[in-house]
Design a protein around this ligand. Structure first.
Ligand SMILES: C[S@@+](CC[C@H](N)C(=O)[O-])C[C@H]1O[C@@H](n2cnc3c(N)ncnc32)[C@H](O)[C@@H]1O
Length: 252
């Protein structure tokens, strides 16, 4: 028979890759977990911090299937928490940004299981830092859009007219397949073809790459990437930042 859960499930943002981008709270949660249910986008450095005695459940790769159905993840959270184990649900970046967090919380709520959220650094924040740019700037953009390239219906429609205005900045997630669509929509709304864009691939990982582009060259640039990439619309890499040493070298 299952005991009542004694620990809330902790939703933990792992940051985009390197362990340097974990919060102290996330580190404490990971190192004291009994069970860690993690995504494909969690970096290897962070996975290495999971204690050997803790059970790792990979819900992003082979084993649980190439793409674990959300219902199976929800069910795993509930059943693991119901054993009384300390369960950490580890998500890449920030768990509250394109992370299907609410669906998982709802299943815990339905089962009467408590939870807490430990936010993490989202990939766009770290990508902007890597190119030496600020995501907002006085006199340039008073708002920042965090948008997705596609949603459940296909390529996602956005406020293209608003985004096409000079000085606007957007962090575009999951925008690789929809790059040509995004380009077309923005040009249709009179965005300047030479608007600066930076594509940052594998943010905060050893194979991180910064690709400078413009709206005209977006699809070709994105086609050169193989890993996850975040598209920073309206931002160019600063010269000095583009040649920054990797995080580990900077610390040495
Ligand atoms: C399902 S969303 C998850 C976002 C994540 N919760 C976050 O806050 O970064 C997946 C998308 O996030 C972006 N992403 C996540 N990790 C990344 C990384 N290390 N490098 C570049 N882009 C990343 C990519 O656009 C990818 O397609």
């Amino acid at each position: 028979m299952l005991s009542m859960p004694s620990h809330p499930v902790l939703f933990v943002g792992a940051g985009p890759g390197a362990a340097d981008h974990l919060t102290l709270g996330a580190l404490r949660a990971i190192t004291s977990a009994d069970v860690v249910i993690h995504d494909r986008l969690v970096g290897d450095e962070v996975l290495e911090l999971i204690p050997p005695q803790a059970r790792r459940i990979d819900v992003g790769k082979e084993g649980f299937g190439p793409s674990t159905p959300q219902e199976a993840i929800n069910a795993a959270l509930v059943s693991e928490a119901a054993t009384g184990a300390r369960v950490v649900r580890l998500k890449g970046g920030d768990c509250g940004i394109f992370g299907r967090l609410d669906e998982e919380i709802s299943s815990l709520e339905a089962a009467g299981i408590g939870f807490a959220i430990l936010p993490g650094l989202t990939s766009a924040t770290v990508a902007a830092a890597r190119i030496g740019q600020s995501l907002t700037q006085r006199g340039r953009n008073a708002s920042l859009r965090i948008i997705t390239g596609h949603d459940m219906a296909g390529f996602a429609e956005q406020d293209w007219r608003g985004l096409a205005r000079k000085g606007e900045v957007a962090a575009i997630y999951m925008g690789k397949k929809s790059a040509r669509f995004i380009q077309g929509r923005l040009l249709m709304h009179d965005a300047a073809p030479d608007t600066a864009i930076t594509v940052v691939e594998n943010v905060s990982r050893a194979d991180e790459r910064v690709l400078a582009a413009t709206l005209s060259t977006l699809p070709e640039t994105v086609a050169q990437t193989h890993g996850p990439a975040v598209i920073l619309f309206g931002l160019a890499p600063r010269q000095a930042a583009a040649t920054l040493p990797a995080l580990k070298e900077a610390r040495a």
